[in-house]
Design a protein around this ligand. Structure first.
Ligand code: ACO
Length: 380
């Protein structure tokens, strides 16, 4: 009997130096640094630099990265034109996937045969930085377009996170809100061989290009078992209504064998290492916006579900309500995840190319026995 690892559960497929997930100690390291320390001390740009380059930037290196980010943070007119042709009621992840696909086609135009597609490390790092820089404009415009609003031009005096919020809302919120948002970007940036990162690595392993790998990763992230869960958490909160309704709602949901979004994880079985940091950011937002009702619903669902099933929240559980309090539309939550995770995806793309092997697993056939077409006679 072949030992089938359904869903590749527990299978180690390669080395990575980008991040280490340790479910035993409930820790997550980016290039050796605990993610909690990075979230408490670093701007997201510095963490992006760390993921790509393996070290935190010096002041000069950070200033250089920020300069390139500022040069590439405006929404290009032709990207806007393509976004405007995506149906308004399409999911914003489809809009984002389409926009990245266009950016890739434009950047790679004239680059010749597929044999040249994968590019060299310097080109791919530059492409990664440009994508990281432009994604906030696309995500922000997506939300504004659905509200019937024009895009907001970026501001050169603002760093990444403050500018992201400015382009979305046309105002810069208080520092505590910018800080909570910055922390969420850092927490979402990287998580080893998750489904979307693995997708990006599979595509890269064929020596396809970086943009194709990112487009594929966006498709993988959209699913509610992965990145789509942060959106799904808010749908659940809306369904439940308030803390007093949790027990009854959970009775029905569990009787119907529903998955409770924002809970459970393939790797962490005793709690997601990112949750305490994001929960603290959510608490700050709850105080700032004076919304104890959100905290009450959050706590009631968590304690009741953990008590009944022993399954703990993952990062999407606190980030969903946090993004809601900041003012993001529910449909924008997973695109925010993309804007953050593009740093991890592209770091893995660079790593995959540096020591590539085509990713091609095997399967055990369990279909029909060999059979033949009636009347078919093989040519001599
Ligand atoms: N709600 C209800 N039951 C659950 C949940 C949940 N959220 N998560 C796991 N279970 C149950 C399963 O029904 C299963 O029960 P069974 O053995 O009686 O059939 C058991 O726990 C094992 O679950 P699996 O789905 O097999 O565990 P796996 O490791 O494959 O799944 C996953 C992990 C997909 C994340 C799962 O926990 C889930 O679907 N959670 C909800 C979606 C979610 O929040 N995804 C976000 C992931 S983290 C991120 O992307 C940032």
């Amino acid at each position: 009997m072949t030992d089938i690892k359904k869903g590749l559960a527990g299978v180690v497929v390669d080395y990575t130096a980008v991040s280490k997930v340790n479910p035993e100690t409930n820790s997550l390291l980016y290039r050796g640094y605990p993610v909690q320390e990075l979230a408490a001390t670093q701007p997201f740009e510095a963490v992006a630099y760390l993921l790509w380059n393996g070290e935190l930037p010096t002041d000069v290196e950070l200033a250089q990265l920020r300069a390139v980010e500022r040069q590439n943070r405006a929404l290009p007119a032709d990207v806007r034109a393509v976004i405007d042709r995506v149906p308004l009621d399409a999911h914003p992840m489809d809009e984002l996937r389409t926009a990245v696909s266009l950016i890739g086609a434009q950047d790679l135009a004239g680059s010749g045969s597929v044999l040249d597609a994968s590019g060299n490390p310097e080109e791919n790092l530059a492409r990664s930085v440009r994508l990281f820089a432009v994604l906030p404009a696309i995500v922000a415009y997506g939300q504004r377009r659905r509200r019937g609003l024009e895009p907001v031009a970026p501001r050169d005096d603002l760093d990444y996170s403050a500018n992201f919020l400015w382009m979305t809302f046309g105002e810069v919120p208080d520092d505590v809100v910018v800080d909570a948002f910055n922390r969420s970007m850092i927490l979402y940036a990287e998580h080893s061989f998750n489904a979307s990162t693995f997708t990006a690595r599979v595509i890269t392993s064929t020596l396809s290009d970086l943009y194709s790998a990112v487009v594929g990763a966006i498709g993988a992230l959209k699913g509610p078992l992965h990145g789509g869960a942060n959106e799904a958490v808010l749908h659940i909160f809306d369904e439940i209504g308030d803390a007093a309704a949790v027990n009854g709602w959970l009775d029905t949901a569990l009787a119907e064998k529903r998955k409770i979004m924002g809970f459970g994880h393939r790797v962490y079985k005793r709690g997601d290492s990112r949750v305490p940091t994001m929960k603290a950011a959510l608490d700050t937002l709850v105080n700032h916006y004076d919304r104890p009702d959100v905290a009450a619903l959050y706590d009631a669902l968590e304690s009741e579900f953990v008590a009944r099933k022993g399954i703990y929240p993952n990062l999407d559980y606190p980030s969903g309500p946090a993004y809601n309090l900041i003012g993001f539309d529910t449909l924008t939550f997973t695109p925010l995840f993309v804007a953050a995770r593009v740093t991890g995806w592209t770091s893995h793309i660079l790593e995959q190319l540096a020591a590539n092997a085509l990713i091609r697993p095997l399967s055990e056939y369990n279909g029909a026995d060999e059979r033949h077409i009636d009347g078919y006679v093989a040519d001599e």
